[in-house]
Design a protein around this ligand. Structure first.
Ligand code: GLA
Length: 447
């Protein structure tokens, strides 16, 4: 395998498959997917376009050439060269050749690895894969999940390998685990693949850690939400989870679950299970209607459990209570209750900022600027609802974007404000923010 020059695409090349893999935003339910909790994401309109061309090569050696309009150099690889990565997924990272590790395509290599593992036959043809994207990288809207699910889907289709969307989502998650080292959950990959047009998906990962099953529902919004538009505000601070303490939070949550199961003799698969009324009451000995995240944190702190990380009670209280907020948000969406959704989204952000500590100054600041600006714009006209719902950070955090629902009557002015370089965020941080305006879109689709 090697990095070579890109191939010029002209009329002699025949395009045989074309897939669009969207990015995702998460309305609420953050840092819960790997703790057996609930999430409420959706596909956005911006997407990665992947086109597969057949190459007429004379040699017997079938090759794949992978290139992207946004990056220099193409990866050229034949399937049997993937054997150098070995069979043990845990060791793959150490086997990726250095020049490829430094190239964007080391991530794409992950998709080829799993396709190679699933193929019974030798590849008979050579292919060019051309990748084009309207998804900003590092904006926390899952360009990587879009790339991996898109590559896996297009190759499995072309090579007639039967895989369900769920199986593809699982492999795409493993690419994240073994090709970047981030032990993420499976929210992003499902959000890129599963939503129907105009729907969010509500996913409960309660049994995911045991048997990798989950329950997934398509969620429609109440008609009153048609007065609002979904806006992401990209802080311009690149989020990269493999360098962040993401894996440590996951480990702390896993340890907490183990300790709680032992102490209370619980037979539960996940920390997320504790958001159920009977477990809440059994473990925290307080009725659900008087419980709060703060109270859960206090109780977790005073239980005398031997945490290896002193932030564990804070992590745990978020991992449990965020699920209650997701339930409230799902209800709010179907009832058309803007205040309830706004409360859930704001509390979610504050919990991620102050307890889970995965936000950053820029996210916290742009959120305040957005809220203040929208409210100010709303004062001059009479709106049939709040000017803004949210905002909260969306995705893994440590940079990336916020999500908010902005009332249509102030939308243009709101967007214009963030385009103007005199917006308060840019003045303070010297970083140009960008707005991602989207509808609820449908998941990965072949064209
Ligand atoms: C990243 C991960 C997801 C999820 C979110 C936080 O996007 O890939 O699995 O954990 O962070 O909700």
């Amino acid at each position: 395998m090697q990095i070579v020059d890109k191939l010029k695409i002209d009329d002699t090349l025949k395009m045989i498959q074309h897939v669009k893999a969207p990015g995702r935003m998460n309305l609420i339910g953050e840092h819960t997917d790997y703790s057996g909790g609930k999430v409420l994401p959706f596909s956005i309109e911006a997407c990665i376009d992947i086109k597969l061309y057949e190459l007429c090569e004379d040699s017997d050696d079938s090759k794949l050439l992978l290139q992207s309009a946004d990056f220099v150099g193409a990866l050229s690889v034949s399937m049997n060269e993937l054997d150098v990565l070995g069979d043990k997924e845990e060791d793959i990272l150490s086997h990726i050749p250095q020049d490829i590790k430094e190239h964007w395509s080391s991530y794409a290599l992950g998709a080829l690895y799993y396709v190679h593992k699933s193929l019974n036959l030798e590849l008979r043809k050579s292919y060019l894969i051309e990748i084009d994207s309207t998804l900003p990288v590092g904006a926390g809207i899952s360009s990587s999940a879009a790339l991996s699910t898109g590559l896996l889907s297009i190759l499995y289709k072309e090579l007639s390998v039967d895989k369900t969307k769920e199986a593809i989502a699982k492999e795409a998650m493993k690419i994240e685990h073994f090709f970047t080292g981030t032990k993420c959950g499976q929210m992003d990959q499902l959000a890129v693949m599963m939503p129907k047009e105009n729907h969010l998906i509500s996913v409960d990962f309660e049994n995911f850690n045991d048997d990798m099953s989950f329950s997934l529902k398509q969620v429609e919004t109440h008609s009153s939400f048609k007065n609002y538009t979904i806006v992401g505000l990209n802080t311009g601070v690149q989020h990269k989870l493999s360098d962040s303490p993401y894996n440590q939070s996951r480990e702390a949550c896993e340890l907490l679950l183990k300790l709680l199961k032992e102490k209370f003799d619980l037979n539960i698969p996940a920390l997320g299970s504790l958001a159920k009324d009977h477990y809440l009451e059994k473990v925290f000995a307080v009725k659900k209607d008087v419980l709060s995240q703060d109270l859960i944190k206090d109780k977790l702190e005073s239980m005398g459990l031997e945490y290896s990380d002193d932030r564990t009670a804070a992590f745990g209280s978020h991992a449990i209570w965020e699920n209650v907020r997701v339930d409230n948000a799902v209800e709010a969406l179907s009832e058309g209750d803007f205040d309830k959704l706004d409360k859930a989204m704001n509390e979610s952000h504050l919990s991620l900022q102050n307890e889970y500590k995965v936000s950053c100054e820029e996210l916290d600041f742009i959120r305040l600027v957005a809220r203040e600006k929208a409210e100010e714009l709303g004062l001059s006209i009479s709106l049939n609802g709040p000017a803004i719902i949210g905002p909260r950070m969306t995705g893994g955090g440590f940079g990336g974007s916020t999500i908010q629902l902005v009332h249509n009557d102030i939308l243009d002015q709101f967007i214009a404000y963030f385009k103007d370089e005199k917006n308060a965020y840019q003045l303070k941080t010297k970083i140009k923010p960008s707005a991602i305006v989207t509808k609820l879109s449908s998941g990965l689709r072949f064209i």
